[in-house]
Design a protein around this ligand. Structure first.
Ligand SMILES: C[S@@+](CC[C@H](N)C(=O)[O-])C[C@H]1O[C@@H](n2cnc3c(N)ncnc32)[C@H](O)[C@@H]1O
Length: 240
């Protein structure tokens, strides 16, 4: 799982470690964010549409108690999606919509849509509310249910698949979604360092046919294999 959103949650998670150890950890996290913003600058809205999404992102970051990607990973997701001109994004593990909102910043630019899966009804409802108040509701299909079953109903091609749910489920998600990922599309998996990734998933994406990278730049770790086969835009029947 990813890091907690706010210091209160961090304390709740790490109570066994002792308060003295946790306060510096929370401070360090805040400092990490400040440093990242000092280098990259805070995200700048180029339109009223983007500003509305960024405002909700900030609010979710500050107030919600569920785990989600760090802000730096959200920014990376947006850049990845935009750089391949992704119009059809599938996310497994909506939670309250934080990473989805970052993806939506790309989708308002590319004119695309997000389909996102969540098994927990409360988080699903919170995500719906967050997408609505960000003005991005019409761009999102939220699916409540077990993504292992639900993704088998997908039929349309996928430009970017983002996996951020039950870690032992990654190989199954990959197996079920891969036939839909277009050649040249991206498969991004969160938490490839901590908790340790499923070895079957790692094996599946470390074939010579795939371009991939495992990045640990925000301490939790990304796995971002990109499809290597065929001409961009063509669907591939590659299996693993
Ligand atoms: C780490 S959180 C996702 C965080 C989210 N991507 C973000 O950054 O805002 C993982 C989510 O996956 C959901 N999840 C776990 N197993 C699932 C399954 N089988 N189907 C759908 N969602 C699942 C959990 O309920 C949880 O909300």
């Amino acid at each position: 799982m990813t890091r907690p959103r706010n210091p209160a949650r961090r304390i709740a998670l790490g109570a066994a470690a002792g308060l003295a150890a946790l306060i510096p950890a929370a401070r360090a996290q805040g400092q990490f964010r400040q440093r990242a913003n000092a280098v990259a600058g805070p995200p700048q809205a180029k339109s009223a549409e983007e500003r509305r999404i960024l405002e909700v992102l900030e609010d979710v970051y500050r107030n919600h108690r569920y785990l989600s990607v760090p802000v730096e990973d959200g920014r990376l997701l947006r850049v990845l999606a935009e750089s391949i001109g992704a119009k059809r994004i599938v996310e497994i593990g909506t939670s309250t919509g934080y990473s989805g909102l970052w993806l939506l910043l790309a989708l308002v630019k590319t004119g695309g849509r997000l389909t996102t899966y969540e098994i927990d009804a409360q988080r699903h409802a919170m995500a719906r509310a967050n997408f609505e108040r960000a003005g991005a509701g019409p761009l999102v299909t939220l699916v409540l249910g077990d993504a292992h079953a639900e993704v088998t109903k997908l039929r349309d091609p996928i430009d970017l698949l983002f996996i951020d749910a039950d870690k032992e489920g990654y190989p199954d998600y990959l197996r079920k979604c891969l036939p839909l990922v277009r050649a040249g599309g991206l498969i991004v998996a969160h938490n490839m360092v901590s908790p340790p990734p499923d070895p079957d998933y790692v094996k599946a994406v470390t074939t010579p046919r795939w371009k991939r990278c495992f990045s640990t730049w925000t301490r939790r770790g990304w796995g971002s294999p990109s499809r290597n086969a065929d001409a961009p835009g063509r669907r591939s029947n590659e299996k693993w």
